[in-house]
Design a protein around this ligand. Structure first.
Ligand SMILES: [Zn+2]
Length: 337
């Protein structure tokens, strides 16, 4: 097609009308070229090799390892919740065609359980099932009765999607589990693409070095905040808080799809005042109005935590950027007085 257009330019001395008429003369050829490009494009996309990660932070880890070897894509769109997504037909196709799928496991991404089950073992990394990860799992808190009722619509929706099991499954917030995930992704990609071993080895080495450095920096930044009390919107941050010695007082809800009831909100408000909390943290995608209402009239400051790193682009450095951003979000609210 390009050749045809260039030909039109060359033979017509660049006058607009003659370029158009020349293109019209060639239009059957051009149409055919456009059509084959479209068809060829579709075919190329279907066989396009990629790592497909369920959630953005897993994409951060995967893109560092796959850098320069293969593309990394993320299923969950920015702004959506890891707790109530449904795969689109194009997502199902992307998973089916992926070189490697990376997810936490059925207790987190219930929405992709069916697709993941259909993939052979060598084409998926199930982080919660990695042998090194199992001993690191933290117990999740069961939803208590206060979080049901009061708002029946929300409660029913929550039950329908309810998938919080025995453990806290927000595993991407543990730097230790992130490293184990990177190793697992590396190992699977080496099996699939042995010709790229040298690059994959170098990427893993870079990731580990960068992570160690960021871990140190974040540790230094958060160390003075030990003992500061605060509430988070949803029970996602346990691994990060434990790793860096932060001291949360509690959370508004276990499953953000379930709106906390009036009684629960009243309890939280009482706790905020009695336990002298410094901050309450909302999340970009969830009801900051609820958090604001609870904090209103108290001296408690409002902050925001983004557990999915929605504004961060995939790159070799993105997982470290994600940890640093989260640390900054904690410290900007908790530091002072
Ligand atoms: Zn969550």
């Amino acid at each position: 097609m390009l050749a045809e257009v260039i030909e039109c330019y060359n033979i017509t001395f660049h006058t607009f009308i003659s370029i158009i008429s020349c293109i019209m003369l060639h239009k059957n050829t051009l149409l055919f070229a456009a059509l084959s490009a479209a068809l060829w494009g579709t075919t190329a996309q279907d066989v396009n090799a990629a790592v497909v990660a369920s959630l953005k932070p897993l994409g951060f880890i995967a893109s560092a390892i796959a850098d320069g070897v293969t593309e990394t894509e993320v299923l969950l769109p920015d702004g959506a919740s890891e707790h109530d997504y449904s795969l689109r037909p194009s997502d199902v196709k992307r998973l089916k065609n992926a070189d490697l799928a990376v997810w936490i496991g059925p207790e987190m991404e219930a929405f992709m359980q069916k697709s993941a089950n259909q993939l052979p073992e060598q084409k998926k990394v199930t982080i919660a099932a990695l042998p090194g990860v199992k001993p690191l799992l933290m117990k999740g808190e069961e939803e208590d009765e206060h979080e049901h009722g009061h708002d029946h619509g929300a409660a029913e929706k929550g039950d329908e999607h309810h998938h919080h099991g025995e453990y806290n499954m927000h595993l991407w917030l543990s730097p230790e589990i992130a490293r184990l995930s990177a190793v697992a992704i590396h190992d699977k990609l080496v099996e699939l693409m042995p010709q790229s071993r040298a690059k994959l080895d170098a990427n893993l080495k870079d990731f580990e070095a960068q992570l160690a450095q960021t871990d140190k920096q974040v540790g230094n930044e958060l160390a003075p905040l030990k003992g500061k009390g605060y509430f988070v919107f949803h029970d996602a941050y346990g691994y990060f808080e434990k790793h860096y010695g932060l001291t949360p007082l509690g959370h508004f809800t276990v499953n953000p799809v379930i709106q906390p009831g009036a009684q629960r909100l009243h309890e939280i408000r009482t706790q905020l005042v009695e336990q002298k909390a410094t901050c309450v943290f909302a999340e970009p995608q969830f009801r900051p109005a609820v958090v604001e209402a609870v904090a209103r009239g108290t001296s408690v400051r409002m902050g925001t935590l983004d557990p999915l790193g929605t504004s961060i682009q995939l790159s070799k450095q993105s997982y470290s950027q994600f940890l640093s951003q989260l640390a900054n979000q904690y410290s900007s609210c908790l530091k002072g007085d």
